[in-house]
Each structure stands twice: as structure tokens, then as C-alpha cells.
Design a protein around this ligand. Structure first.
Ligand code: GLC
Length: 556
């Protein structure tokens, strides 16, 4: 047991900045439950098989019923959709696939009317190759102001036929693509840390900085409650774009965590602070160690940074992660965040039962060792209760409240994640966690849209897991989430403080958060429950024992 409880809400001022100690202890984002909507797959109002903003609006009551505090909307901006909308051609408009700006305004209005805040993704590291600036750059000469908004460089080798450095794209293959010069001969190369259709901006360029200030204000003026900042560690690249040293960890790569990036977020924070209503910036930063990631959430930068996904089903490992997280973030006055799944990872109802060492980037028909759904659900449910019981903010990914598994039978021809093509099918990529949601078991496309259309094929298990099959059904995963969110709020679970409890076997994670005792049995043997009332359990309890792969919340 810890001698002193950790300071989960980060209410202690950071030691070196006493004058900035405005703890905002009660700020909504410190303990919020934020639900990620991946608009393509949430709900489709117009029947084209792709989810849209009116679809989200039409289903807001379901999210209010679930009990979330805020939505995070993945990108809905104008985009050719080469990377699910993370390839933005116009940061200040809605793609016709998803609706119009008026549809966005209506969504925001209806969400606010239900007491739900809305955070949007902002994608500042790169644009789409269809962005007018990139199109201008392509038709401009080397060294022009148009090219200077991106990272164009001459190639190496006598005829410039080798990429300017050895950087690799996160989606496979080189991070550089060569473009023709005006006379049609091979010309310069441009950098893209992701797909070839996602050229990286040059953030040393004043025009780029000014443009994103404009983008932030555009959405803040419309009433958005904040931004999830995509690839927040990579905007600034090391001077001279030096080669990656392959012997070093990726966190030390010249495109990750460069000191200059913090100046950008201080600037953004000052813009958000001009607006009323506690607007937030959330970093997608996977940089390690956590003490370094905490730099993104210092008092004058962002409000939150995502935590690593819970990946291990092992009590001592998870305890270490929880302790390190709370310590790292509270040291800078920020809350921790807890995330089990998102649109980039194998869904937790499948992932947690795969051996840790060979978790692939996506699963498909040729994957081996994929666990049977009914065997994996208990862990996913227990993990949900753990995530929702820890001090700080929690993120849910759409469909996890239904216990959806990863979809593994998507045919190759239907796959859309660029990873699949760029690795020649070696990695399946992320389509399996993006399959359109089931709302009604007996409706076409399981209620995703008005007809049968669905941009990725839906599996037959969707009939069993559809929301209408689970709503108000005792024991359903949806009911578990709903009950957990009610208790989390009524018992102020997210406020902590967290105190580890002694006297339990090593395979049981045991702690008290405020007035609630949380126990999670991650081992294979049942263990006796202590005395006290059980408030919620992730599987049925037959007697006073805690079965394997089960979490309970108890009155302490
Ligand atoms: C982030 C997004 C991911 C996207 C990538 C490039 O990691 O979460 O979906 O592909 O950035 O924008």
C-alpha cells in the first residue's frame, strides 16, 4: 500500500511553476468520459453506406442514455478519404460524404442541448495531396514559397534518384515520394510520414502556423469544445532532416518529440484560453517514457495526453502502468487518461486474449490464433470496469459498450486501410475495428443506415450484439457500461484518490478509489471477496468469490 495517496487530479501545482497554480480542480475534462465517434462507421442518415453527421445527431439520445460527457469526432473534413479522413483537403469545411457545415452546427447544438460536449480531431502534421496548397506546390518550382509550406527536398545520389533520407512511412515503405519537374523529368521528393497522399507540412513556415491559428478559431467560433491533436509529437522535424539511427528507439527519431513542438501548443493554448467554457486540447502522443509525454500537458500547453492502451492482462504490469501514469501526469498538474481502444487498434474484446508478443496490426482471414468471441468478452468487460474506475478521464471507442469484437473476415478486396496495400497485404491494418455499428438486429445494415449499404461488410454476430438487443437487458455489455457510468458519477470514482490495497493475491489488482473498492482478477483461479456490498461486477457472481477475468466495484 502506498504511504501517501497519489495526486490523481494533478491538483498540486508543479514545483517549478508556483505562479501558474490554478488547479481548476473541478474542470469537466479532468474526470470526463469521452466517447470517440468514428463518423464513417457510426450511423448513416443518407443511405450511401458511409456514416455522416446527421447520422450522429440522430443517435445522440443513445449516447446521452449511455451517460458520456463528451464526444470526440474523428475527422469529417473535406477529404479524398485515402486515410479515413486523416488526409484533409480543407480543414474548414465538411466533406459532402458527411454532410454540410449546417449539419455540423446542428450536431453541436443538439449535443449541447443534451449536456454533451464535442471535441473535433485536428490534423496538423500533414494535409491531403488534394489540399490546394499541395496542388500549388506541385506546379511550382524548387525553392518556391508554395513548396516551402511542405517538406520538398532534392534526392540523394548523383541524379537525385535516392530519397533525401532513410525515413520510413508509418504505413510501410519510404516516407518520400518523388514528383516530376515542370519539364516532366524526375524532380524533387516530398516527405510523408504516413500515406503518399498525406504530405507533411513544414512547421518552421510562418504561413503554416498562421493557417492553423485560423483553423482553430474557425471551429472555436462555431462553439467546438476542443481538439484532439493528431500525431501531436511529430510536427517539428530536426534541422537538416538527418537519417534515423536504426539502433535507437523510435521515440528518439528526428521526427518525434523535437523541443520546438511545445512552442506551437503554447501558442494554441493561448488561443483556446481566449474563449469561454473550458475548451481543451488533447494530445495524441505515444512518446515514451511517460515522464516525457507529460511535457505535452504542462500547465500552459495541452490539457490531456492519451495514455498507452491497456494491453497487458497481468496485474503487476498494470499496477506499474497505473502508478507510473498517475505519478508522471500529476507531477505537471494534469489528469491521467485511460483508454482501452480506438480506431487504430484491434478491439479490446479480441486483443486482450491474443498473446502479447505477436499482436499484429490488424487481423484477417489468414490470421491464426484468433480467440473465440465468448472466451474473450469477460476480459474486455473487466477491463472496461477498470478503465472507468481509475482517477482521471476515460476514453471509450464507439462499439466497445456493445462488446464488439474485431471483425476478422473482411475480404481482401473490401479492405480500405492504406496499410494493407502499402505492406502488400502483410499487415491487415485497421479496418476490422472500423466496421459500421449495429443498432437494430433486424433492420437492414443492422440499423447503421436506412438500407443495406455499409462501406465495410458487417459480420453476422452484429445481430446478436446490436444495441436494441442489449438496451435494458440485465447482464448485457451495454447495461454494464451504463451502470458503470452512473456509479462512476454518483460515487465520484474518477476523483480518486487511489490507494492500493494489500492482502490480495498477486494476480488481483486491488485498490480503493474514494469510497469504492475495485478488484480485478487477472489470474486463472478464483479468489475470495472481502466483506462488503458489491455494487457492480463484470460477470455474474455465484457466491463470495471473484472469478477469473472479472472486476467488481464494492462499497468500502
Ligand atoms: C493518427 C490517427 C490515424 C491516422 C494517422 C495519420 O495516428 O489516429 O488514424 O492514420 O494519425 O493522420
Amino acid at each position: 500500500m502506498l504511504a501517501t495517496p497519489l495526486d490523481p487530479l494533478g491538483t498540486r501545482p508543479p514545483a517549478d511553476e508556483p505562479s501558474r497554480a490554478s488547479p481548476q480542480v473541478t474542470a469537466w475534462w479532468r474526470t470526463a468520459v469521452i466517447y470517440q465517434v468514428y463518423p464513417r462507421s457510426f450511423a448513416d442518415a443518407d443511405g450511401d453506406g458511409i456514416g455522416d453527421l446527421p447520422g450522429v445527431t440522430s443517435r445522440l439520445d443513445a449516447l446521452r442514455r449511455l451517460g458520456v460527457d463528451a464526444l470526440w469526432l474523428s475527422p469529417f473534413y473535406t477529404s479524398p478519404q485515402r486515410d479515413g479522413g486523416y488526409d484533409v483537403a480543407d480543414h474548414c469545411d465538411v466533406d459532402p460524404l458527411f454532410g454540410t457545415l449546417a449539419d455540423f452546427d446542428e450536431l453541436l447544438h443538439q449535443a449541447h442541448a443534451r449536456g454533451i460536449r464535442v471535441i473535433a480531431d485536428i490534423v496538423p502534421n500533414h494535409s491531403s495531396d488534394r489540399h490546394p496548397w499541395f496542388q500549388e506546390a506541385l506546379t511550382s518550382t524548387s525553392g518556391s514559397a508554395e513548396r516551402a509550406r511542405y517538406l520538398f527536398r532534392d534526392g540523394r545520389g548523383p541524379d537525385g534518384s535516392e530519397p533525401p533520407n532513410n525515413w520510413q512511412s508509418h504505413f510501410g515503405g519510404p516516407a518520400w515520394t518523388r514528383v516530376p519537374a515542370a519539364d516532366g523529368t524526375p524532380g524533387q521528393w516530398y516527405l510523408h510520414l504516413f500515406d503518399t497522399s498525406q504530405p507533411d507540412f513544414d512547421w518552421s513556415n510562418a504561413e503554416v502556423r498562421a493557417e492553423f491559428r485560423r483553423v482553430l478559431r474557425f471551429w472555436l467560433d462555431r462553439g467546438i469544445d476542443g481538439f484532439r491533436v493528431d500525431v501531436a509529437s511529430s510536427l517539428v522535424k530536426a534541422d537538416g532532416l538527418p537519417d534515423v539511427d536504426p539502433s535507437l528507439d523510435e521515440d528518439l527519431a528526428p521526427y518525434t518529440g523535437q523541443p520546438g513542438v511545445h512552442e506551437i501548443y503554447r501558442d494554441w493554448r493561448s488561443i483556446l484560453d481566449e474563449y469561454p467554457g473550458d475548451r481543451v486540447l488533447v494530445a495524441e502522443s505515444w512518446i515514451k517514457p511517460l515522464t516525457r509525454r507529460a511535457d505535452w500537458v504542462r500547465p500552459d500547453e495541452m490539457h490531456q495526453a492519451f495514455n498507452d492502451l491497456f494491453d497487458d492482462w497481468d496485474a503487476p504490469t498494470l499496477r506499474g502502468i497505473v502508478e507510473n501514469t498517475l505519478a508522471a501526469f500529476s507531477a505537471v498538474g494534469a489528469p491521467s487518461t485511460w483508454v482501452a481502444s480506438n480506431h487504430d487498434t484491434v478491439r479490446q474484446a479480441t486483443r486482450l486474449s491474443l498473446p502479447r508478443s505477436d499482436r499484429p496490426n490488424g487481423l484477417g482471414p489468414r490470421s491464426t490464433g484468433v480467440p473465440a468471441y465468448d472466451d474473450t468478452l469477460p476480459r474486455a468487460r473487466a477491463l472496461a470496469m477498470l478503465t472507468l474506475s481509475l482517477p482521471g478521464a476515460a476514453y471509450l471507442y464507439q462499439g466497445e459498450e456493445l462488446g464488439l469484437p474485431e471483425v476478422t473476415d473482411i475480404p481482401d478486396a473490401a479492405r480500405q486501410d492504406p496499410t494493407f496495400a502499402r505492406t502488400a497485404g502483410e499487415q491487415y491494418g485497421r479496418d476490422g475495428c472500423r466496421v459500421p455499428l449495429p443498432w437494430e438486429a433486424d433492420a437492414p445494415s443492422y440499423g447503421f443506415g436506412p438500407g443495406d449499404a455499409s462501406w465495410l461488410p458487417q459480420p453476422t454476430i452484429w445481430a446478436r450484439l446490436a444495441r436494441d438487443r442489449q438496451q435494458d437487458v440485465p447482464g448485457s455489455t451495454l447495461t454494464l457500461y451504463q451502470d458503470a457510468l452512473v456509479l462512476r458519477r454518483s460515487r465520484s470514482l474518477a476523483a480518486g484518490p487511489l490507494v492500493w490495497l494489500a492482502g490480495h493475491p498477486p494476480h488481483v489488482l486491488a485498490f480503493r478509489s474514494g469510497r469504492t473498492t475495485v478488484l480485478v482478477n487477472m489470474g486463472s483461479t478464483p479468489t475470495p471477496l472481502p466483506a462488503g456490498d458489491v455494487l457492480l461486477s463484470s460477470t455474474d457472481l455465484d457466491d463470495r468469490t471473484l472469478p477469473s477475468d472479472t472486476a467488481v466495484w464494492m462499497h468500502s
